[in-house]
Design a protein around this ligand. Structure first.
Ligand code: SF4
Ligand code: SF4
Length: 313
């Protein structure tokens, strides 16, 4: 059970990417990290993606993993996709070279691969990249996923549309019995605003039925150092200080140092969710077409994944 995983305070969650709709990549990531000991997977809220994660778990022989799907409000980068304005674009290729998902080819964005990480717009010399969030109707999205046995829904709440936030949160509270996770950071909210949003959202929830995912810098994981994970730990500290009956996971810039840094700082977390860093360290393996059939390659990647899972759990 997900609650047990969280209460043991050794929960490692693999973030495949809220916007990652690349079936082949998700299947390989879930198969690999399940084999490496991960029991909790965060997926895009799409039926085909949940189905391919389940296929991957069967491939790995893992029967007790927990699946989470991610939804969000407009403006949250986790549920946004890059769009290029061709009136401004000069086809310089800078965006393609920095995209961690291989989602840009010849200045065209492959929507299914884009995870909204924001790296392309940062390097664009012509300010030609913007982001759009799909406005999903949760009453259509959630029921088929709940039928597939997901145990958690993550709600990304970085955006300014408070009515949308309230309406979607109400729907999730009234229609999903599993654990709800609130992914929040201080990119657009002050520390005070963040805490106030969390308190308001959790005031009527059963104790310990909510995860607060303390997101440092979303999708920024790269280096395996303390600095990259510092903001996630600092965000977790603000949440811990409130002594709310919630579980706390670190995310956003997380890596193999995250759990250690939290411990050094006296932050009592229930686990670590790792996305960009976990995907990057095995990217050269999972990009291979024979990844799932070449035992030697799979085994090399598994050793790398295991090192991360152990460091975080
Ligand atoms: S760099 Fe990030 S936001 Fe831009 S296309 Fe690639 S995945 Fe999407
Ligand atoms: S970086 Fe900007 S200008 Fe260059 S190819 Fe990408 S969108 Fe076009």
């Amino acid at each position: 059970m997900l609650k047990n995983l969280l209460e043991e305070k050794r929960c490692f969650k693999l973030i495949c990417g809220a916007g990652n709709e690349n079936e082949a990549e998700v299947e390989k990531l879930v198969a690999l990290y399940a084999s490496a000991g991960c029991k909790f997977f965060d997926l895009s809220a799409k039926e085909n993606i949940v189905d391919c994660a389940k296929r991957a778990l069967a491939y790995s022989g893992v029967t007790d993993a927990e699946l989470c799907v991610s939804v969000g409000i407009k403006g949250d980068p986790h549920v946004s996709k890059a769009v290029i304005d061709y009136e401004k674009c000069i086809q310089c290729g800078h965006c393609e070279s920095v995209c961690p998902q291989g989602a840009i080819k010849y200045a065209k964005v492959k929507k299914l691969k884009c995870i909204g990480c924001g790296k392309c717009s940062k390097v664009c010399p012509k300010n030609a990249v913007s982001y759009i969030s799909e406005d999903k109707d949760l009453s259509e999205v959630i029921p088929p996923l709940a039928e597939r046995g997901i145990s958690c829904i993550e709600f990304h709440v970085i955006g300014e549309d408070t009515p949308e936030l309230e309406q979607k949160w109400k729907y999730l509270n009234e229609n999903f019995d599993g654990i709800l996770s609130i992914s929040i950071n201080r990119m657009k909210l002050s520390g005070e605003e963040m805490v106030s949003r969390i308190k308001k959202m959790t005031e009527n929830r059963e104790p310990y039925s909510t995860i607060i995912q303390a997101d440092g810098f979303p999708m920024s994981g790269g280096a395996d150092d303390y600095k990259s994970t510092l903001q996630a730990v600092a965000t977790a500290e603000l949440i811990q200080n409130e002594k709310l009956p919630v579980y706390i996971l670190l995310s956003g810039g997380t890596n193999s140092k995250s759990k250690e840094l939290a411990k050094l700082c006296g932050i009592n977390i229930n686990g670590v969710a790792v996305g960009s860093y976990a995907r990057n360290i095995v990217r050269k393996y999972i990009e291979r077409d024979d990844f799932l059939t070449n035992k030697e390659i799979f085994s090399q990647a598994k050793q790398i994944a295991q090192t991360l899972v152990r460091a975080c759990s």
